[in-house]
Design a protein around this ligand. Structure first.
Ligand code: BGC
Length: 459
């Protein structure tokens, strides 16, 4: 029995790793621009406004890609959507690498953004649907691990290629994981749960065999006599029914909260923040940024290890509480401006903040999103929350520098700290504990009108 289980879990390794390349590309393509933009700007002679346009094109594309990806995942399947995203990753990377002018470069980055938006949602969705309940937290968090790894690799590639100013290589290298993702997904089966829900019983059974029969509960889900009959009406309208509306709003609020607590001001602007905090040189700022990327990556391991052991809520609540404290400390470092200690305090606060995000809100948001919606509308519901996530990401990215100019750096971080406190209160009140529960049990309880906060162990 134990060996059978081990065997079936081993056969999940490749599907999880291939899908997580979606996370890797998400991280790489959002992280790489911070270093590349300096040289793009120099080569094309860009003004600040155009530069901001090039940087935010990916976020605009991803906002659209999130919506598209979710709708497609429900309509044509998780696998085909990931193959489409991989094709867009490759196309965008090649086009960016050869772009003769800034117009084409912006188009290329929009295409990459579309791919990122799709992958950001479909990769965790696919993994959640093939994972057994007791490992689902860790397996889905591997996508976030790949994401943070992608950011770190991007920072390293930028650092290595910066002396020669090779920005085309920085952007073009994403072709490699893009191709591997595409080929991997061509070879892998679709999610048995999705196939079953579409009435494709024999395809679902063969997918199940290819996944090593996976978990008992997945066999039950696929073996169920009839697929849960989708209620009449367009799926987007169905989402507005009372039971679903509650979980839809839960996902959307978490999506917005993940961004307005400031994570990407650090991911995208760390060197700038460190310079503001008085770090000695650009090189020191870039090295410290690499350090922050490493903290993000290594603390995501902690989440992978703990999510199925202690559960989602303790990590989320603990993580957000520490984020709020770290942001308050960061604001204080800028406010007090203690001679000689400001850089060290700000650096430590940034590291603490990133570590807390990596353990909690980072992975837990994408995990919960893949867990709380019913199968027949899962992609569409995730599309709405993902669009809210990328839209808020864009908003924070384009307002951060103006906010520091208008409010001052200290008050900007105190504002994010206040938003983190509100996030904490919201999560404490509304976020469910999904640890160890099968997707079918979560769905059944929500359909019965149970408040998501009070899901029972198994039903
Ligand atoms: C967020 C991204 C962020 C990344 C940082 C993800 O969970 O959605 O916006 O850049 O974590 O690790």
């Amino acid at each position: 029995m134990a060996t059978e289980r081990e065997h079936s879990h081993r056969s999940l390794a490749l599907p999880v790793l291939f899908a997580a390349l979606g996370g890797l590309l998400f991280g790489y393509d959002t992280g790489v621009i911070s270093g590349a933009i300096l040289f793009i700007s120099r080569d094309f002679g860009l003004r600040l406004a155009t530069e901001e346009f090039v940087v935010s094109a990916v976020l605009a594309g991803a906002t659209l890609g999130g919506a598209l990806g979710g709708l497609l995942a429900d309509a044509v399947g998780r696998r085909k959507t990931l193959i489409g995203a991989a094709a867009l990753f490759v196309l965008g990377a090649v086009l960016a690498a050869v772009a003769p002018d800034v117009g084409i470069l912006v188009v290329a980055r929009l295409i990459v953004g579309l791919a990122i938006g799709c992958a950001s949602l479909v990769a965790p969705l696919y993994i959640a649907e093939i994972a057994p309940a007791r490992l689902r937290g860790s397996l889905v968090a591997i996508n976030q691990l790949a994401l943070t790894g992608g950011i770190l690799v991007a920072y390293l590639v930028d650092y290595a290629l910066a002396p020669a100013g090779l920005w085309r290589w920085m952007l073009g290298l994403a072709v490699v994981p893009g191709l591997v993702l595409g080929l991997g997904m061509v070879w892998l089966p679709d999610s048995p749960r999705w196939l079953q829900n579409r009435g494709q019983k024999s395809a679902a059974l063969s997918a199940l065999r290819r996944l090593g029969a996976a978990s008992e509960e997945l066999q039950l889900a696929v073996g169920a006599k009839a697929a849960p009959t989708p209620a009449a009406g367009h799926s987007l309208l169905r989402l507005w029914r009372p039971q679903l509306r509650r979980v839809l709003l839960l996902g959307v609020v978490l999506a917005v909260a993940q961004q307005i607590t400031g994570i990407n001001t650090v991911i995208y602007y760390a060197p700038t923040i460190l310079r503001m905090a008085g770090i000695g040189s650009d090189t020191a700022a870039i090295l410290a940024t690499l350090g922050l990327g490493a903290v993000n990556f290594f603390f995501t391991f902690v989440a992978v290890y703990l999510l199925d052991r202690v559960g989602r809520r303790p990590l989320l609540l603990g993580g957000v509480a520490v984020m709020a404290a770290a942001l308050a400390l960061l604001g204080w470092a800028f406010w007090a401006q203690i001679d000689g200690a400001m850089t060290a305090i700000a650096g430590a606060a940034l590291a603490l903040y990133i570590a807390a995000f990596a353990i909690g809100l980072g992975p837990v948001f994408w995990l919960l999103l893949a867990e709380i919606y019913p199968l027949s509308v899962r992609g569409s519901a995730m599309a709405i929350a993902t669009t809210a996530n990328w839209g808020s990401n864009l908003l924070v990215a384009i307002t951060f520098l103006s906010l520091t100019a208008a409010l001052g750096t200290a008050w900007t971080f105190w504002l994010y700290a206040a938003l983190a406190v509100m996030t904490l209160l919201f999560c404490a009140r509304y976020v469910p504990e999904t640890k160890g529960k099968s997707l079918e049990s979560i769905e059944a309880q929500i359909a019965k009108g149970h408040h998501p906060r009070h899901l029972r162990a198994e039903e």
